[in-house]
Design a protein around this ligand. Sequence first.
Ligand code: ATR
Length: 274
Amino acid sequence: MVVGVDRYAVFGNPIGHSKSPLIHRWFAEQTGQDLQYEAILAPADGFADSWRDFVAAGGKGANVTVPLKEVAFALAQIVSERAQQAGAVNTLYIDSSGQLCGDNTDGLGLVADLQRLGAKLDGAKVLLLGAGGASRGVVGPLLAAGVASVHIANRTADKAMTVAKLFNSQVTASGYGDIPTDHWQLVINATSSGLSQQRPDFSPEHLQSCQLAYDMMYGKEPTAFILWCRQHQVPLCADGIGMLVAQAAASFAIWRGVTPDITPVLEKMTTLVR
Ligand code: ATR
């Protein structure tokens, strides 16, 4: 019998731009793991079939990206608490009893990157901008990392309230005009405003105590949010490239039982993107 190499993939739509194949190949090389990792384009209504075909052809696990994270959540037979809180799955694998398991490493990636940047999370007050899937996925891991509170602000206030209700009283919500006056040590942009060269529109007074402004998006140029935070003298501003690598490392660890060293891969990825 010919034993094939273990296959992994990232599913999304579109998927051509995904950096995941490169990151996971670098992790595999670094940790001496023999595996394949490819990008698979799948429409939301064809994802379940696409996943089954992949498993039948030797697929062991996958990352799932936009717009399939909620479909993957629905497909998984067992989901982690993190994925349950996020309502979304970015990591799929099959456990020893053959059950399809879903996890979500996005929040772990954010927390790991904030720690790498030297952020003091224990007891921190966090202002989280945005109330979409990206925002919902990171609230639980931020609380688990010891932050004192998370205030979710969103252009559409109702959506922020809906997300806040999924958590305990440490999590509050409002529109941008009603952000409470407080000492926000960490301000995190989880909106997709950067895609249109825009930024969440709130008063710079909320940046006064901010030690670290973080944009979960990344790109060649700084986002409008990062530029604005720099303009208002936030001491440290960072984009989400480190989160991208760190969430991938957490997925790799789930599949392979080995945690790769993020630093050299982040260096290579930064050179590639900038
Ligand atoms: P994702 O999965 O990336 O979170 P999403 O669920 O579509 O994507 O959510 C996008 C988020 O970005 C929302 O919080 C959205 O605000 P609204 O709920 O008010 O639409 C936010 N967003 C997108 N463009 C924005 C902009 N130009 N300014 C402020 N917020 C923006």
